[in-house]
Design a protein around this ligand. Structure first.
Ligand SMILES: Cc1cc2nc3c(=O)[nH]c(=O)nc-3n(C[C@H](O)[C@H](O)[C@H](O)COP(=O)(O)OP(=O)(O)OC[C@H]3O[C@@H](n4cnc5c(N)ncnc54)[C@H](O)[C@@H]3O)c2cc1C
Length: 405
């Protein structure tokens, strides 16, 4: 039977579009189905988040051809990170110079990355995009898989890649369980101008109910704010007028960057950890948030999704060049074995940090502060943590190690 494409990707977020670009570069025919309508620029829904992007993700974005479409004024970066606890004097400093790297990572608006990837994707002839396309059924036909959409259209390919986010319809249609743990927290996101310059330092202060991060943007006085707190407190912060909020924000940050002189519109996001019971089934693979959702305290969610993409594309390519069927479950299981354990480790490491910093029993702040200072005095251990978070170490796909663009 003639197939419509080699691969159908569902979801045009960061992971879906990066995956489409990479597969097209490998010579595969791709159909991308996205539920949202393709809006004209001024009608586009705005996602206000500013993302921390690892050097490994930068390598992948370069490989797709999207990185060079980012405007210079959108790419902030940081060389050092300072983490400390509200209750005590313990602190940790990370510095990329200690591992001979020019930067620890980049701070870029989500919309800039999404637009650069979408523009790049629309230039590639072997990718066909269908907007306002919502899958309603899938059927494994043995040698291929069929997706039917709400508009009564059918598409066939060797593999469906679900990049349709945490509420993934493909995961649901495939009957894959999603184990979710609600943190009973929400995150407030906005940007703020501070009196003192951030000096390219990413800062995170652990407050009693969650971390407050100031991430350095291109403007030396502008930071992206991610404040995790109990939902009631977030609602209270959302209801303040700008002057009250700026004062509350500066106080919560112990005036580390002096006063907050202005801030942008605030948005909130519910926080939870979630994990798909399986990443693959015959002719189906999950990537990004459809497979796992992580607390944003280390800014890792999209970065982990891009590692999934690089790993899956590497496996697909190794079968495609030998003209072998990459949609078979035993092939896809290689991807699951590669990524599921690594993602799980990261998910639970973030949980560990979260609970360690939030525990307020009698000796906990004291133990925590000693712990922070001890780690700070262990450069080798710190360097391992840093390299892991930057995607420089671990079982990395080849697309994240070298630039073959
Ligand atoms: C406050 C906050 C801050 C964060 N900061 C960072 C950070 O600094 N760094 C970082 O790496 N990560 C960060 N993250 C995590 C990051 O947002 C996610 O991990 C990432 O956006 C997931 O990308 P995705 O492409 O897998 O899914 P999504 O971004 O959810 O994209 C899914 C796509 O699928 C489409 N879709 C959905 N349903 C359907 C359907 N039925 N049919 C067709 N299409 C569909 C959607 O319209 C969308 O386009 C943060 C998260 C939060 C909440």
């Amino acid at each position: 039977m003639k197939l419509d494409a080699d691969v159908i990707i569902v979801g045009a977020g960061i992971t879906g579009t990066a995956c489409a670009c990479l597969l097209a570069k490998q010579g595969l025919e791709v159909i991308l189905l996205e539920a949202a309508a393709r809006e004209l620029d001024d009608l586009k829904p705005c996602d206000p988040r500013i993302f921390a992007i690892s050097p490994a993700s930068k390598t992948l974005l370069e490989l797709t051809g999207a990185w060079r479409r980012l405007a210079e004024e959108d790419i902030g970066h940081y060389q050092t990170m300072h983490v400390w606890d509200e209750n005590g004097l313990g602190e940790i400093h990370f510095d990329s110079a200690e591992i001979c790297q020019p930067t620890m990572g980049y701070i870029i608006p989500y919309m800039a990355i999404a637009d650069a990837l979408q523009d790049r994707m629309l230039d590639m002839e072997s990718i066909r995009c269908s907007w306002s396309a919502k899958p309603v059924a899938i059927e494994d036909e043995g040698e291929s898989i069929k997706v039917s959409t709400e508009a009564n259209l059918d598409y066939r390919a060797k593999l469906i890649i679900a990049a349709d986010g945490s509420h993934s319809i493909i995961r649901q249609l495939a009957g894959i369980k999603f184990n979710k743990h609600d943190y009973q927290q929400a995150a407030l996101a906005c940007t703020a101008i501070t009196e003192r310059s951030h000096e390219q330092v990413a800062r995170q202060r652990f407050l009693t109910n969650g971390p407050l991060a100031f991430l350095p943007m291109v403007n030396p006085h502008q930071s992206a704010i991610v404040w995790s707190e109990k939902p009631e407190k977030i609602n209270e912060l959302l209801s303040l007028d700008e002057t009250q909020f700026n004062q509350t924000l500066a106080d919560a940050f112990a005036n580390e960057l002096s006063s907050v002189t202005s801030s942008t519109k605030r948005f909130s996001f519910p926080l939870y950890r979630a994990e798909a019971e399986h990443y693959v089934k015959s002719r189906i693979a999950l990537v990004g948030d459809s497979a796992h959702v992580i607390h944003p305290l280390a800014g890792l969610g999209a970065n982990l999704g891009l590692v999934d993409v690089a790993a899956l594309c590497e496996i697909i390519q190794s079968y495609h060049v030998r003209k072998r069927d990459f949609g078979k479950q035993q092939v896809l299981r290689r991807y699951e074995r590669w990524r599921k354990g690594e993602n799980k480790n990261m998910l639970y490491l973030m949980d560990g940090f979260k609970y360690l910093f939030e525990k307020q029993t009698m000796f906990m702040p004291w133990i925590r502060n000693i712990g922070l200072d001890t780690i700070d005095a262990m450069p080798l251990f710190k360097n391992i943590i840093m390299k892991r978070a930057m995607g420089l170490e671990g079982n990395l796909p080849k697309y994240l190690k070298i630039n073959i663009n």
